[in-house]
Design a protein around this ligand. Sequence first.
Ligand code: ADP
Ligand code: MG
Length: 468
Amino acid sequence: MSVGGSLDQQWVRVSGRLKEEVGETAYRSWLKPLTIGELKGGEVRITVPTRFMRDWVQTHYADRIRAIWSGENPRVQSVDIVVAQARLDVGASANDDADIVESPMPSDEIEEERPTSGAQLGIDGRDEHFAHLDPRFTFENFVVGKPNELAHAAARRVTDAATVTFNPLFLYGGVGLGKTHLMHAIAWQIRKKDPNRRVLYLSAEKFMYQFIRALRFKDTMAFKEQFRSVDVLMIDDVQFISGKDSTQEEFFHTFNALVDQNRQVVISADKSPSDLEGMEERLRSRLGWGLVADIHPTTYELRLGILQAKAESMNVQINSKVLEFLAHKITSNVRELEGALNRIVAHAELVGRAITLESTQEVLHDLLRANDRRVTIDEIQKKVAEHYNIRLADMHSARRARAVARPRQVAMYLAKQLTARSLPEIGRKFGGRDHTTVMHAVRKVEELKTSDQSFAEDVELLRRMLEG
Ligand code: ADP
Ligand code: MG
């Protein structure tokens, strides 16, 4: 008998622990598909379906898997992650040259979004299609950092695969974090690499609009045909069709038809598939089948990197102190960050003076104040932990003792009250907890506030300190 049951039984426990650490979404994308092989000479063999997955699991989870597992079973000293035999032909994402792109459907046209006349979507000259894509939204102009590295890697993967590795690719994240940029980048890159692959990009809103037109002109056959003949279909902001039942129905069929034919589908939304309210259950679950990649809120490093790249592309010299100041102060999203930079550059040109820290503060006066008032979840966790004299780490830990669980609930409650973060986002910041846990915490705190006067005062005090 080995320690703690069979390897499979050990894996159930190891992966359970990992799930707590990384959260449900990451678990489902990366850890659930792993197959456990044998233990030989202290090494556990783990099989994954694709090379892309192997690289990702290797760099992001292998150390944790090994560490937790050897805690379970000291005989486990290392893990070896290998690609399942049948899929070895998928191609390495790290080396572009190694991928021979084979167009699955040779064709002399490329499809893109274009304004429609009548119900027809039309397949026309590619330049007209591409006229609707922002030429600045390329991979070259996309700055990669921790918060977006998965989404970026996956988007790249879509462009260099002749084989569909995951379907759909579902990108989600808050406003202004780069979803549309990545989708346009995919289209540009595919055009560059293989103009024969037919790409169609459009917003969910346009999809609906065209669908309704087709219905009106009794031309749904043509509508269906157009969508179903593409190699890559990208639908941006799919949350838009929440609650729009017949559009969802049509989208669901289009989606299935493409996936069945092994065509790549890329979707973006502001929420994860499971959090898309007003979406039919079968569609939500179907959307989560492929790779779900979330773009997290920006970090200071990423913001600074974006500012530097942007200043360079605008060909302006800006003191690094000014860029650091902006990266520090404007934390909402990349769109606002770019807007701020544009404003200070425009102002400097207009008044003919150099950009300084003072002029920046002056020009961005309103923007800086709006960003100032935002409290972050990190700050809330820190303050609450200090107040109740617990360790900051307990905000993320799985410990359930009341002495730490209650303050954690208070912090979740304040995060809901004082930030614009959604329940799943909050859950993620608290050690990858589920959104229902956050919801429960919010209710619990509200309940206690009405029944326990001193508790209510405590929470009020914390709130004032954080807002002040
Ligand atoms: P979303 O579709 O997620 O709301 P967008 O893709 O429209 O966001 O991005 C908003 C702006 O921020 C765009 O101008 C985009 O070029 C820029 N942007 C976002 N992320 C990055 C990044 N990582 N590097 C460079 N620019 C970015
Ligand atoms: Mg967008």
